[in-house]
Design a protein around this ligand. Structure first.
Ligand SMILES: [Fe+2]
Length: 254
């Protein structure tokens, strides 16, 4: 993670959603109206020491996986999900791709099959990276802003910039379903091969890496589909229509 005070509020929140709490404490709702401006500008105008603010952001503790998410603002959970994306992007997927590339160098016919598997995984990887980028660049910031509108009545929602509910309707089950299908197909192809001894050992390593990744991805998808998305959907519904039961933009209204 490379954080700098010359980055915009949006760039900082993309890397560390937990920083929202600290930034709101210092700048209140203004951070949500000045997302494209560098943190250093806000600090200067506010008389805040930029170095101290950066140290505070860098020192933020990541929320543990077993946090009671309902008790906290959504930036807690989004912080965890963002860190998991980084692990998928930087660790899990490159490791699997490297194993498949290693297998690809085997002589024909094993190398040929491995070549096809590596291509298949590369396609999945590209799609999944795009999906994570969409979440980080559109969905997560949109959820954070919607939620901030409940905290600060001065803040206007931005329906003209898209809808959480519409996005979820179109996209929410894509990554886990697509991954499940790719994993099944890769496993079947590895199983069905008549393998030489070295290849079989490598195939086992690929299968183990795929299993580990699938397990982590399923847990991630469960947090998104089971906790974050329903909550974000209800928040937006209330914000745009004032219709969600038990939630109000203005505490005390009900
Ligand atoms: Fe995700």
């Amino acid at each position: 993670m490379i954080l700098s005070s010359s980055q915009s509020i949006r760039q900082i929140l993309r890397q560390r959603p937990m920083a929202a709490g600290l930034l709101e404490q210092e700048f209140e709702f203004h951070i949500w109206n000045r997302m494209e401006e560098p943190l250093s500008d806000l600090c200067r105008e506010n008389g805040t020491d930029t170095h101290t603010m950066m140290q505070g952001i860098l020192a933020l503790t990541p929320p543990p996986a077993e946090t009671g998410w309902d008790k906290h603002r959504t930036y807690w959970l989004i912080d965890l999900l963002t860190r998991e994306h980084a692990a998928f992007r930087d660790t899990d997927m490159p490791a699997i791709q490297a194993l498949l590339e290693e297998e690809r160098r085997l002589p024909h016919p094993d190398g040929f099959v491995a070549h096809q598997l590596a291509e298949e995984f590369a396609h999945f990887r590209a799609d999944f990276e795009k999906h994570m980028t969409d979440e980080e660049e559109f969905l997560f910031p949109k959820i954070l802003r919607n939620e901030a509108c409940f905290q600060y009545p001065e803040l206007e929602p931005e329906p003209f910039r898209g809808s959480v509910n519409l996005y979820l309707k179109l996209d929410r089950h894509k990554p886990d379903e697509a991954f499940g299908r790719t994993l099944d197909s890769l496993r079947a192809k590895l199983r069905n091969r008549h393998l030489h001894r070295d290849t079989a050992e490598l195939a086992q390593r690929v299968l183990a890496a795929l299993d580990g990744f699938a397990h982590r991805l399923n847990a991630h998808a469960a947090l998104e589909s089971g906790i974050l998305f329903p909550r974000a959907g209800r928040l937006e519904q209330e914000l745009y229509e004032g219709s969600a039961p038990g939630m109000s933009r203005f505490p005390g209204d009900q």
